[in-house]
Design a protein around this ligand. Sequence first.
Ligand SMILES: Nc1nc2c(c(=O)[nH]1)N[C@@H](CN(C=O)c1ccc(C(=O)N[C@@H](CCC(=O)O)C(=O)O)cc1)CN2
Ligand SMILES: [Mg+2]
Length: 304
Amino acid sequence: MDAPQPSGAEASAKVIDGKLVAQQIREEIAAEVSRMKDAIGAVPGLAVILVGDRKDSATYVRNKKKACEAAGINSFEVRLQEDSAEAEVLKHIAAFNDDPAVHGILVQLPLPKHMNEENVLNAVSIEKDVDGFHPLNIGRLAMRGRDPLFVPCTPKGCIELLRRSGVQISGKRAVVIGRSNIVGMPAALLLQREDATVTIVHSRTKNPEEIVKQADIVVSAVGQSNMVRGSWLKPGAVVIDVGINAVEDASCSRGYKLVGDVCYEEASKVASAVTPVPGGVGPMTIAMLLSNTLASAKRIHNFQ
Ligand SMILES: Nc1nc2c(c(=O)[nH]1)N[C@@H](CN(C=O)c1ccc(C(=O)N[C@@H](CCC(=O)O)C(=O)O)cc1)CN2
Ligand SMILES: [Mg+2]
């Protein structure tokens, strides 16, 4: 899409409906899982390890399990107490690495502070690393001519949303705001692999708004509500808002509402397309996890 360029105050960006796209992808995956089961009798399996009692993590894990069920994917779950030893997590990872019914393993993040995230992520077999967080998979993402076995789900979801919305990436200027290991860095690498010219803006960047203003595609993943203003955006830019920030709102039954990093009202007057929060990138994360799990099972069973 070489987007129409909204200019006046009335202009309204296209809403990129991540919930709808994710649902379509989940249906495609369910059909593939069924085709695989019918053809070779094998069903993809996802193992999830959850440590501690964070409510948000428990919700994400529950939603992953439900999504697996709906797609016909088997799921296995291990829940450990907050004060469990790191060795306990490593023991479960080793067992899942050896289990032929398991094609994907993920450890829900963040881990409790006393655990070394790097040790834990390194322990997942790269062949089952459906979160794409193993350093070998991330390293391959960063290299030309090398392909990772898996790509992290949220950044993969951003690219898939752009692709399915008809947004051309090749040759465009992309700015990624934020440099986290799970979103910002892999998103920048993926955009670069799609032949965008990529700049990363981070907490030490001087005049971030001037850099963001040059972007045809903006991916924001910082976790600061309404940080990116309409005035930061180039008219016609495509905005992918990865931030999920809770802000107090007494009119909501749970006492807060979720907003993104981008001031949505302002952005929708300047951008050509924008993802909402909630209902934008978030649902794509789980759809991409199912996609990686199916791909892993197909790879392991040599099924096309
Ligand atoms: N091992 C991992 N840990 C974490 C990941 C990950 O990909 N792998 N990502 C996030 C959490 N996450 C999945 O784990 C996740 C976040 C958000 C959503 C989502 O659908 N969000 C909804 C809003 C949900 C709500 O109402 O609270 C949306 O944006 O519309 C799905 C998955 C950190 N940890
Ligand atoms: Mg950051």
